[in-house]
Design a protein around this ligand. Structure first.
Ligand code: ADP
Ligand code: ASP
Ligand code: MG
Length: 405
């Protein structure tokens, strides 16, 4: 008997017919004699609707209440899935984050999981029932308040539960057949990847392939959880995310990702002195804002410099207000922001051993007349920041030039 964690994303519980379809997949796994633990997201569109409701007020100053609101989408869907299974004659019981409990830190709206007590889940399994767990939510360690794990956080809930229960597999059901060489909604010629390494998947996720939340991949890698991404519509085998294998390095570039959620902030005319970067990044880090690309350039006035860095769209407002709060200390003259940008990345294990990849990427973008604002690289990826309007053109051109079509 295996223990299988099945996670159904918003698109897989979007309406009643999709919920019935998900319950069929749960029942098939259950009838094989396996123990099944199910994690469910909010019905597609619900979380965004709830976020927009909270935006009628100053939600960034009330993030604890924001979490109370946005976590409710999952409460509805676990109840529906549970009712549907019970109606099919399969015993099921819903569990919310606080009931388990999934204990998290106090970082509202992007909390991290600290510990999961699996007793309540095991008790349901012992009764030959299926636990239906609300994804995306937990309870804070010190204040015992509801917290959420950031957009796409149900993936992390699923992998964390799979890790804490030493599950044999964690199946992530979604609206595509697996992980593709690029977002299939943008590049129709993208191909499904059968097996992808944790390292590559981590880059894919953090560079915009929202099919898995980045933190879920980090966790799968750390605890060696075998993750499968597959379609709830077809139920066919999907993509396995696994440890690096011998042949994987053969592919020079395994995928192209994009993220339109990039904004850059430029601080103009700062004094070029030691400690300036620390002064800029300390308040951002204290506010849990992730900074991605960073560039320092000389300015026309000689000794002074400009400092550009990127943050996600959702952090832009707070980052700008923090910079203005610390304006005198940092000592910049003015601040410029641009939120019409897109980050395009190429990812592949083969980049470790092959040269010329960057040249090919830049030449391809130049041939399409696409200007590059910022470049950043790591061992297995190259990212460029371009104007948002060129996203599709750039992704399709790179997908073709790196022979992924
Ligand atoms: P769910 O509701 O199941 O959580 P998401 O919308 O969060 O689904 O993630 C699935 C979507 O991720 C797909 O519909 C696809 O458009 C997008 N996506 C982006 N990049 C990729 C990729 N490289 N491979 C597969 N899907 C991708
Ligand atoms: N419902 C949450 C969201 O839309 C979590 C998830 O879907 O994984 O972000
Ligand atoms: Mg998702």
């Amino acid at each position: 008997m295996s223990l299988i964690v099945q996670k159904f994303g918003g698109t897989s519980v979007k309406d009643i017919s999709k919920i019935k379809r998900a319950c069929l997949l749960i029942s098939t796994e259950h009838k094989k004699g396996n123990q099944v633990v199910v994690i469910v997201s909010a019905m597609a569109g619900e979380t965004t609707k709830l976020i927009n409701l909270s935006k009628n007020f100053n939600y960034s100053k009330n993030l604890d209440e924001y979490d109370v609101i946005v976590s409710t989408g999952e409460q509805v869907s676990v109840g529906l899935v549970s009712m549907c299974l019970n109606g099919m004659g399969i015993k099921a019981q819903s569990l919310l984050g606080w009931q388990i409990p999934i204990i998290c830190d106090d970082n509202h709206s992007k909390a991290k999981i600290i510990e999961i007590n699996t007793n309540s889940i095991l008790k349901i399994l012992k009764n030959s029932a299926i636990p239906i767990i609300a994804g995306f939510q937990g309870i804070s360690y010190t204040e015992k308040k509801i917290v959420t794990l950031g957009r796409g956080g149900s993936d992390t809930s699923a992998v964390a539960i799979a890790a804490s229960m030493s599950a044999d597999r964690c199946d992530i059901y979604t609206d595509v057949d697996g992980v593709y060489t690029s977002d299939p909604k943008i590049v129709p010629k993208a191909k499904k990847i059968d097996r992808i390494s944790y390292e590559e998947m981590l880059e894919f996720a953090s560079l915009g392939a929202k099919v898995l939340q980045t933190r879920s991949v980090e966790m799968a890698m750390r605890y060696n959880v075998e993750v499968q991404v597959l379609s709830s519509a077809s139920g066919q085998p999907g993509t396995l995310v696994v440890k690096e294998e011998k042949d994987m390095e053969k592919a020079l570039v395994s995928g192209i990702t994009h993220s339109k959620e990039e904004c850059n902030i430029t601080l103009i005319n700062l004094e070029d002195r030691p400690g300036i970067a620390a002064k800029i990044f300390t308040p951002l880090s204290d506010a849990n804002i992730n900074v991605d690309m960073i560039v320092q350039t000389g300015s026309e006035s000689g000794n002074n410099i400009n400092f550009t860095f990127t943050v996600s769209d959702s952090d832009l407002k707070l980052a700008v207000s923090l910079m203005n709060e610390h304006k005198n200390e940092i000592g910049f003259q003015r601040i410029i922001t641009n939120d019409k940008l897109s980050k395009i990345s190429i990812v592949g294990l083969g980049m470790r051993t092959h040269s010329g990849v960057a040249k090919k990427m830049f030449t391809t973008l130049a041939s399409k007349n696409i200007n590059i604002h910022v470049i950043s690289t790591s061992e297995i990826k190259i990212s460029v920041l371009i104007n948002e309007e060129f996203t599709e053109l750039a992704v399709k051109a790179l997908h073709s030039v790196f022979e992924l079509d």
